[in-house]
Design a protein. Structure first.
Length: 165
C-alpha cells in the first residue's frame, strides 16, 4: 500500500506537466542551483574593497577589540583565533557582527559572525586557514552604527589555501 504525503501530492501536477508555470519554475531552479555541497562561484574581492564594503563610509574606531592570534604559525591550515569586543551587550548597545578579513588569501572574507544582545558577550573563537604571512583584519559592527577595527600580522611557515580555496 502506498503512503501519500502532502509533498508527493503537490508534485503530481508538475511531474505530469499539467501546470506549465510550476514545471518551468522547477526546471529553472534546478538549472540555476550549483551541485549539492558546492559553493557558487563568486567574483574575487580585493582586501580594500571588502573592508570598504563593510565600513560603508563609516570611520572605524581603533579601540575595543582584543584579538588573540599567534604571531607565528607553523601551519596555515589551522590557525587559532579568539576575538573579544568590549561591549555592554544591552538591547540598545551591542555588537551585531564580527568580520574577519585576510590580506593575501584567495578569498578575502574569512568569516562573518552575526550576534545579538542575547549572546551576553561579544566573543568568538575559531580556526582559520592562511595562505601565507599576512595581516588579519577584524571589523566589529555595533547596533549604534559604529565599527571597531583591529588587525594583527601573522607569520605563516607552511601556507594553506594553495589550491585556490
Amino acid at each position: 500500500m502506498t503512503q501519500w504525503n502532502r509533498r508527493a501530492v503537490m508534485a503530481i501536477p508538475a511531474l505530469a506537466g499539467l501546470n506549465p508555470r510550476i514545471a518551468a519554475a522547477q526546471s529553472a531552479e534546478t538549472a540555476a542551483a550549483p551541485p549539492h555541497g558546492t559553493l557558487a562561484a563568486q567574483p574575487q574581492e580585493t582586501f580594500e574593497a571588502a573592508e570598504q564594503a563593510i565600513l560603508a563610509g563609516r570611520t572605524p574606531l581603533a579601540t575595543g577589540i582584543t584579538v588573540d592570534i599567534p604571531p607565528l604559525s607553523e601551519n596555515g591550515n589551522a590557525v587559532d583565533v579568539a576575538i573579544r569586543i568590549d561591549s555592554p551587550s544591552t538591547a540598545a548597545d551591542h555588537v551585531t557582527a564580527i568580520h574577519l578579513l585576510s590580506e593575501k588569501n584567495p578569498v578575502t572574507r574569512i568569516a562573518s559572525f552575526g550576534l545579538t544582545a542575547r549572546a551576553g558577550r561579544a566573543e568568538i573563537a575559531t580556526r582559520i586557514r592562511l595562505a601565507t604571512t599576512q595581516t588579519v583584519l577584524v571589523l566589529a559592527e555595533t547596533s549604534r552604527g559604529q565599527v571597531h577595527r583591529a588587525s594583527r600580522e601573522v607569520i605563516v611557515i607552511l601556507g594553506a589555501c594553495v589550491d585556490g580555496g
